[in-house]
Design a protein around this ligand. Structure first.
Ligand code: EPU
Length: 421
């Protein structure tokens, strides 16, 4: 196991190129199972999560080659059972369920277990597959889906849950429906850019999909899909994390190869605090502001303020000499970073699903423990502004979702190094 040592207080300046989106790449890789032909996916970030997905595709029988951001998959003959040992390591492996059901009318995938950010059920995924006519059972910890050619049919269904729609649930049903008979209409669909990116890839494969990127997606089933090439969109959450770093301790940080539209909720929140940004069609530069104002934010599904940026904004609130609040509505228990940041002297309290932060008190380094992915990135942000050396343990959480995070920060002038525990 590795840990990261962050030497605080070094201002960040310069340019950073944003990687391909983890949350786009994972379902897009899974979608290659929908065809026997070869698919080429570019700008796949080098992460442990994408490595797991590549291994799952291999275990399912696909031939996979991977070289510097390009993954080539040929899923000529595939099996319907995803191996428990790999699936249990990554919740997002649930997104092979839709493609396996669409192509084979049969799937067996382990039910994902609990997760540090909350309960994370998959009932909406299963309800969606049942609405399409599949029979779904859970046996021995596995989700077993089966359907026949005749009864797997397009329907109108609704994927809205009590915390909003479901991103991977929408992905799963959209993928399965591409090969169902007739027309599927997904009401209450997730409108995240990653869902739209997946739809764009499926359309290149021959799928007939309209409305992706809105809350109503229409899919007209086709007999088969063919191979296609696709480049994954930039990672808006990685970009948002660097923007927050630039606001906290930057002296002019430029993000390159981003889609600013996907970051609008984040850039609006930063602008409301008083941070100046220059935005072009594919770059954003952020400047510091010692007189920034506190904020009051609530997470919502896209285009609202993303839950995946909630933790990073808690770190930002620490440098703004004002009071801020942030309320989590998607994963109300996603506050593991609070206790760790308090160890560094952060003035934070949690009331229900709302964090209250009193900024302006300097943070001091302490050994801290990474928990979920975004909480871990937040500890790096806290380390960047803290006095002394912050040791972040369980670094593997960061490697799940940030491509070469330490190298990218080092290129901006941060001082940090990885060492063995
Ligand atoms: N939900 C249900 N039933 C379901 C599915 C979801 O009640 O069947 C609830 C969840 O418990 C949650 C809400 O619906 O309250 C939204 O969950 P969603 O299904 O949208 O989450 P997900 O698809 O499993 C993706 C991202 C997450 C991101 C969420 C929300 C991937 C691989 N993961 O998860 O990303 O937080 O959408 O935007 O795309 C991350 O990258 O750090 C991360 C956790």
């Amino acid at each position: 196991m590795e840990k990261l040592i962050v030497h605080g207080g070094q201002p960040l300046k310069g340019r950073v190129t944003i990687s391909g989106s983890k949350n786009s790449a994972l379902p897009i890789l899974a979608a290659t199972l929908l065809t026997k032909d070869t698919c080429t996916i570019r700008r796949v970030p080098d992460l442990s999560d994408t490595n797991y997905m590549v291994r799952i595709l291999g275990e399912l029988g696909a031939e996979v080659e991977r070289a510097s951001g390009v993954v080539v998959v040929t899923a000529n003959k595939i099996k319907s059972k995803a191996p428990y040992d790999l699936v249990r390591k990554m919740r997002a492996s649930i997104c092979v369920l839709g493609p396996l059901t669409g192509r084979l009318r049969k799937a067996s995938v382990s039910l994902p277990g609990g997760c540090i950010i909350g309960d994370r059920p998959v009932d909406l995924h299963l309800r969606g597959l049942e609405a399409l006519g599949a029979s779904v059972q859970v046996e021995g910890g596995d989700i077993l889906v089966s359907a026949t050619r005749a009864n797997f049919k397009g329907r109108t269904l609704n994927l809205m849950g009590k915390h909003g729609s479901t991103v991977l649930g929408t992905d799963n049903i959209m993928m399965a429906a591409t090969l169902a008979k007739g027309t599927t209409i997904i009401e209450g669909a997730a409108a995240e850019p990653e869902v739209e990116d997946l739809a764009n890839f499926l359309i290149k494969m021959g799928a007939k999909i309209e409305g992706a990127g809105t809350n109503r997606i229409t899919i007209e089933g086709v007999k088969e899909l063919h191979g296609a090439e696709h480049t994954v969109i930039p990672d808006r959450i990685e970009a948002g994390t660097f923007l927050v770093a630039g606001a906290m301790i930057g002296d002019g940080v430029t993000l390159k190869q981003v889609i600013p539209e996907h970051l609008r909720a984040v850039t609006t929140a930063l602008a409301d605090c008083g941070f100046k940004m220059e935005i072009t069609k594919d770059s954003i530069t952020i400047y510091p502001n010692p007189n920034a104002r506190g904020f009051s934010l609530t997470t919502h599904p896209y285009p609202g303020f993303p839950t995946d940026m909630q933790a990073q904004f808690c770190a930002l609130a620490c440098v703004i000499p004002d009071s801020s609040t942030i309320t989590e509505t998607i994963f109300p228990q996603r506050f593991m970073h609070i206790a760790e940041m308090k160890r560094m002297g952060a003035q934070m309290t949690l009331q229900g699903a709302t964090a209250h932060i009193r900024g302006g008190t300097p943070l001091k380094s302490a050994p801290v423990m990474a928990s979920d992915l975004r909480a871990s990135a937040t500890l790096v942000l806290a380390g960047l502004i803290a006095e002394g050396q912050t040791e972040i343990h369980r670094l593997y959480h960061i490697d799940r979702g940030y491509e070469h995070l330490d190298d990218k920060f080092a290129a901006l002038g941060a001082k940090m190094e990885r060492t063995k525990e």
